[in-house]
Design a protein around this ligand. Structure first.
Ligand code: HGY
Ligand code: MN
Ligand code: MN
Length: 396
């Protein structure tokens, strides 16, 4: 907690108490500075790749078979204090504990701050790790726009970074294992009575933009039967999404919405709405999104409006490396649990053995200001991560 204290006010909204730390914002830049300072204090060598991922190397920064730790520092709009930062500070705390005991890692140990994990600004989740892994084309990423219409290319250039450097990262080929610690975003560990758990899998999930178009007109002078109001089809789609996702045991959320032009006394011309959907299996997810899309189309046709659906980022199911998962679960005597939340560890899992440790979250709330974990559980997370590094980077 003392490691989180210096960043407790960075990007925190005074009204909501939530964190607004979108990628490359002033808050994110301050967090990057803080990360660099923490790396320096520990004698770690700081490297930033062309995608803005920060890496603090304990051991040669051109070394091989590195053990990667860390998480991300950016947040969703009004996010909590733990989603991301807990993994970063726990990694530094594990390094501290090991340096104190004179541990000499047999392989480089690297603490990462992955850029733009939440995708809150440009719409694509885990942009930093996807770019590094070659799972997101640089041209596509650089052309993504934020709510002000600024491209990622403009934004990174304004922050002194070179858009031409964006793309697959060589350092990743020198990583042998990634272990990401994260606050749990659910209450499985509460039910298990355990402070720390090990991840088994991530549900497939994705984001789709629904673009409803209608005809702007006067709110008073246009009779109801004559309207082509895109809000109507949007509303029908939201209700269908809840019904369909509930029936499928899946998830569907419209958490972001733009209504244009946004006048109280005008029928809107356009509604853009973003669907976040997740399901236990890839086929279930595809079927659910197809059904929601069909409901949107039917509703739009009924009103003489239209809808177009574009996938913005889709992540397949992840099963974490079974050998590593079992090794960590045995080492820590910890329960194994799946999650509906996405992570950089999921993005990197097709490339190298990855694992995740979860720290108990008493309410299960996440992506909200009330997200919380007890200090004792956070300390247990650090102890667990320290034991993992001792195990995976100890002399063989
Ligand atoms: O949205 C997610 O699943 C994650 O927390 N980035
Ligand atoms: Mn998150
Ligand atoms: Mn996270």
């Amino acid at each position: 907690m003392s490691l989180l204290a210096p960043i407790a006010d960075v990007g925190r909204h005074p009204g909501t108490g939530g964190y607004r730390r979108s990628a490359w914002s002033d808050a994110d830049m301050a967090l990057r500075e803080w990360f660099a300072g923490e790396a320096r204090q520990r004698g770690l060598v700081l490297v930033e790749d062309g995608n803005g991922n920060q890496l603090a190397w304990w051991g040669a920064e051109d070394g091989h078979d590195a053990l990667l730790l860390g998480s991300h520092l950016d947040s969703v709009p009004d996010g909590g204090a733990y989603d991301g930062p807990l993994g970063v500070v726990s990694s530094f705390a594990a390094v501290d504990a090991l340096q104190r005991e004179g541990f000499r890692p047999a392989r480089p140990v690297v603490v990462a701050n992955f850029a733009d994990e939440e995708g809150a600004r440009f719409g694509v989740a885990c942009a930093g790790s996807r770019l590094a892994a070659g799972a997101l084309a640089p041209e596509r990423a650089l052309a993504l726009t934020d709510r002000d219409g600024r491209t990622m290319a403009e934004v990174v250039r304004a922050r002194g970074r070179d858009p031409l450097a964006v793309g697959p990262a060589e350092w990743l080929t020198r990583v042998g294992t990634f272990v990401e610690l994260h606050v749990e975003q659910g209450r499985s560990l509460v039910h298990d009575g355990a402070a720390v758990g090990v991840a088994s899998a991530i549900w497939p999930h994705g984001r789709w933009r629904f673009d409803f178009r209608g005809e702007a007109n006067h709110a008073g002078a246009t009779p109801m039967p004559d309207r082509h109001d895109p809000v109507q089809a949007f509303a029908a789609t939201v209700l269908a999404a809840r019904r369909l996702a509930t029936a499928a045991g899946a998830r569907a959320t419209f958490g972001r919405l733009d209504v244009e032009p946004g006048g109280t006394n005008a029928i809107p011309s356009r509604v853009q709405a973003w669907l976040d959907s997740r399901a236990a299996g890839e086929a279930d997810l595809a079927e659910l999104v197809a059904a929601i899309t069909a409901a949107a189309q039917t509703a739009a046709e009924d009103d003489g409006t239209s809808v177009e659906v574009v996938a913005e980022s889709v992540s397949p199911a992840v099963s974490f490396d079974a050998g590593l998962r079992d090794r960590l679960a045995t080492l820590l005597d910890a329960p194994v649990l799946p999650t509906g939340a996405g992570h950089d560890a999921g993005v990197l899992s097709p490339l190298l053995p990855t694992a995740m440790l979860f720290v108990r979250n008493p309410t299960g709330v996440s992506h909200a200001p009330s997200e919380f974990a007890d200090d004792d559980d956070c300390a247990a997370g650090v102890e667990a991560l320290t034991a993992v590094v001792r195990d995976l980077a100890g002399a063989s």
